[in-house]
Write a protein that binds this ligand. Structure first.
Ligand code: TYM
Length: 340
């Protein structure tokens, strides 16, 4: 029986923030104990918006060191760079044949990101979700840990896999239809200054975005100045997005339900509560920051880890591509094993 296979991808752009940490990175670490995990730094996806090549390489090492520092362990998972495994781009092209153009044009992220472009809306931006589908389907992964903002991409990916199997599978499940794994608490961490917007280095406020590598004093300052709501009760409520977000953050960091936090702080004031959230986040992130400094200094070692991961990834993905090409009638016929 194939073990449970877990796959996720993360973009090597910008500085990673508390939303990425809670929504995704912490889940990657936990996934290593539940199955065969693959984590991919998606440099090809990062070329779909304007970028600087030198910067991309640098950010890729930054992110590799960050993931390692957070507990992603190359001995217990496959950590690799997307651009090292050419099967992703080939499968992306092949999957285009079962992907509806109108659906890509209607994707929220495509609409938002294309509206924000002044010069060029690249075709890559439109095809972004197909490449993301290829990332996961190339490994026949069962589960994809992501934050809430990836839900639409996951739905498209599932439909593409189903449509491929229906069109080319000849009754077989050539591609696995994956399930998303979105955390129950912390799937959408909001900006501390503008809690109606998700925390993000591109669309958020600087003061409202807690970076994984922020020094403790900066983290405390950001939480102290977090926007809270009128009233004084520490309780989740759609009318109180600021307090609800802080409750979610503390619950996710401590690994408990939101009710436990509401109960513990039922007679606390907002100021006191904000300090408690800041302290928990600092305690969680400080060791990551310390390990990061050491790991980031050794680029040849980071490169070695990525190359080793790519080799293992290629082994799996190349098998899928042999099957996909065969079913699609692309390239030479698959060699039949001679009888012994
Ligand atoms: P990316 O790099 O934007 O984000 C990485 C992960 O962080 C999660 N996330 C959040 N979670 C909670 N609250 C937030 N405010 C928040 N902001 C970001 C994202 O949901 C994501 O899980 N398209 C993907 C990368 C990708 C991918 C894949 C993911 C490429 N191929 C295959 C899964 C499978 C992206 O841009 O993630």
């Amino acid at each position: 029986m194939t073990p449970m296979r877990i796959f996720s991808g993360i973009q090597p752009t910008g500085s990673k923030h508390l939303g990425n940490y809670i929504g995704a990175i912490a889940q990657y670490v936990e996934g290593q104990d539940r199955g065969e995990a693959l984590y991919c730094l998606v440099d090809l996806h990062a070329t779909t918006l304007p970028y600087e090549p030198v910067e991309l390489r640098r950010s890729l090492y930054d992110l590799t060191a960050l993931l390692l520092a957070a507990g992603v362990d190359p001995e217990r998972c496959i950590l690799f760079r997307q651009g090292d495994v050419q099967e992703h781009t080939e499968l992306c092209w092949l999957l285009c044949s079962v992907t509806e153009l109108g659906r890509l044009q209607r994707m929220h992220q495509f609409r938002d990101k294309s509206l924000a472009q002044r010069e060029l809306v690249s075709a890559g931006l439109l095809l972004y979700p197909v490449l993301q589908a290829a990332d996961v389907l190339a490994y026949r992964a069962h589960e994809v840990p992501v934050g809430e903002d990836q839900r639409e991409h996951l739905e498209l990916m599932r439909d593409v896999a189903r449509r491929f199997n229906a069109r080319f599978g000849e009754g077989q499940e050539v591609l696995v239809v994956p399930e998303h794994r979105i955390p129950t608490v912390g799937a959408r961490i909001m900006d501390l200054q503008a809690p109606e917007r998700k925390m993000s280095t591109t669309g958020g406020t600087e003061q409202g975005t807690v970076l994984v590598l922020d020094p403790p004093a900066a983290i405390e300052k950001k939480f102290k100045s977090a926007v809270t709501d009128s009233g004084s009760e520490i309780k989740r409520d759609p009318q109180k997005p600021g307090i609800s977000n802080l409750i979610d953050i503390l619950a996710a960091v401590r690994g408990v339900g939101t009710e436990a936090i509401e109960m513990e702080f039922s007679s606390a004031r907002y100021g006191e509560f904000k300090l408690a959230v800041a302290a928990a986040v600092v305690e969680r992130l400080q060791p990551v920051r310390e390990r990061y400094e050491l790991l980031r200094a050794d680029e040849p070692e980071l490169e070695r880890i990525l190359a080793q991961g790519a080799e293992k990834a290629r082994e799996i993905a190349s098998q899928t591509l042999i099957d996909v090409r065969h079913h699609m009638g692309v390239g030479p016929p698959r060699r039949v094993q001679p009888l012994p």
